[in-house]
Design a protein around this ligand. Structure first.
Ligand SMILES: [Ca+2]
Length: 459
């Protein structure tokens, strides 16, 4: 009888999910530069586990984020929408001096909802930034069963915060000062706790399909670390040492998760994707950007909050032993809004007919095939004057404000976007202008005018 009961529940558990449906983990790092990782050429900062992902999996030279700051980039990843259709197109506090960003609107469809509908367990750990718990954008209202970490981006500026959230419940960390300067200190380094809770959740959910969105805040500003580790005695500033130690901690926490998947025997049934959420927060001339050569010798132009490749191209890997080819490096492009249709295909979960994703499935590309063909990629960003970018084939167009001229670059011959060839190519500029118009729907919250300009703090 006992066995019959077990069998009954086992069948019930499997009935909503296809047998053998893979687990999905998306690890998102915050403000990591492509050039911070060893497999992209970094010499001073050690990233052995990300290097392992590249060696045992596939490394992407042209993986594009949703846009070039946190909240909208994450929105694109979660919703399958590019910035022309995204409900969030810039970082914005919901209320001044309160925790939480402008929330995802009621009814927003997400990767978590999709997979939950197919019987997956779902969790997000780390930093959210798409709505506090009492709003429509709460992670617990958009398809996640489990939350642990920071809800608010501003709160996440402290790595020794006075509190975190366990689901929607505030947990106090009384030994921490919550100081948002490099001098912050305390008893609990938030990422250590977040990493432990993340691994615990995976361990508890190993038996049936799960989706984990692991949004690690490192190495985002403010640059605080509990231990400078192997960089302690380097002749660098504390900010440089802390930054390097944060990238290496991010790396070792990725390693802990990969090791756990192997230990639990679920590595061959788990797709792990890794990417930064936007480019470096440092210019190439800043002490951190320069010391660590984040632009890889000037290979990529621009950083966070711009529309150039250094802001949009991320360090990115896919790891799924036996399914994703080992050691492959590809420069075929893809973007965050492809993640939703990709997991739909790989899991067999059905996207409702009313939901239109801007993305294309990467299922075959991940397994060694070619990237899907598309008409264009589109980005915009509302931080001060709204800015736009588009890419089709090897052409890249950037407009740094509605009244600014459209710049045009050929990424094949000019990856660093050094030579604006708009004047010589009026027909391509016209094409870019048409994309800048047709790729987007107007949203009163994100008007494409220069009137809502405000000064944005630059590092
Ligand atoms: Ca970020």
């Amino acid at each position: 009888m006992k066995y019959l009961t077990f069998f009954f529940y086992a069948v019930l558990a499997l009935s909503k999910t296809a047998i053998g449906a893979p687990n999905f983990i998306f690890i998102l790092s915050d403000d990591l530069a492509q050039g911070d990782c060893g497999s992209y050429g970094q010499k001073l900062i050690k990233t052995p586990n990300l290097d392992r992902m590249a060696r045992e999996g596939t490394r992407y030279e042209q993986a594009y984020s949703g846009t070039s700051v946190c909240a909208p980039s994450r929105t694109s990843l979660m919703t399958g929408l590019h910035m022309g259709h995204s409900p969030i197109r810039g970082n914005r506090q919901a209320q001044p001096n309160q925790e939480g960003q402008k929330p995802l609107p009621d009814g927003t469809f997400t990767v978590a909802k999709l997979l939950k509908s197919a019987g997956y367990s779902t969790a997000v750990t780390g930093k959210w930034g798409m709505g506090m718990f009492d709003t429509s954008g709460s992670p617990l209202n958009v398809g996640f069963d489990r939350f642990f970490g920071y809800n608010c981006q501003a709160h996440a500026h402290s790595y020794f915060p006075t509190h975190l959230y366990d689901d929607a419940k505030r947990i106090d960390l009384p030994g921490n000062d919550g100081n948002k300067s490099i001098n912050g200190k305390g008893e609990v380094y938030a990422q250590n706790l977040i990493a432990d809770e993340t691994l615990k959740w995976v361990r508890e959910h190993k038996e049936k399909p799960f989706f984990l969105f692991y949004a690690i805040t490192l190495p985002h500003d403010i640059h605080q670390i509990d231990n400078q580790g192997i960089y302690k005695n380097q002749p660098w500033t504390d900010q440089q040492k802390n930054y390097a130690a944060m990238v290496t901690r991010l790396d070792s926490d990725v390693g802990r998760l990969l090791d756990l998947l192997v230990e639990l025997g679920i590595d061959k049934n788990t797709l792990v994707m890794f990417a930064g959420d936007n480019g470096s927060s440092f210019s190439s001339e800043s002490p951190v950007g320069k010391l660590f050569d984040q632009t890889m010798g000037g290979k990529l132009r621009g950083f966070k909050r711009s529309m150039y490749e250094g802001a949009l191209r991320q360090a990115s890997f896919a790891w799924w032993p036996g399914t994703v080819p080992a050691g492959r490096v590809t420069d075929e492009p893809w973007a965050f809004w492809d993640f939703l249709p990709t997991v739909a295909e790989l899991s067999g979960a059905k996207i409702p007919a009313s939901v239109k994703s801007d993305g294309l499935t990467l299922a075959s590309f991940l397994k060694g095939g070619s990237a899907p063909k598309r008409d264009y990629f589109y980005w915009e960003l509302h931080e001060g004057t709204p800015i736009q970018a588009a890419r089709w084939d090897d052409w890249k167009a950037v407009r740094n404000g509605i009244s600014k001229p459209i710049e045009l670059y050929n990424l094949k011959t000019d990856q660093s976007e050094a030579k604006d060839i708009a004047k010589e190519n009026p027909e391509l500029v016209s094409k870019a202008a048409a994309i800048f118009k047709s790729a987007r729907v107007d949203d009163p919250a994100w008007p494409l005018t220069e009137k809502n300009s405000k000064k944005v703090k630059k590092k």
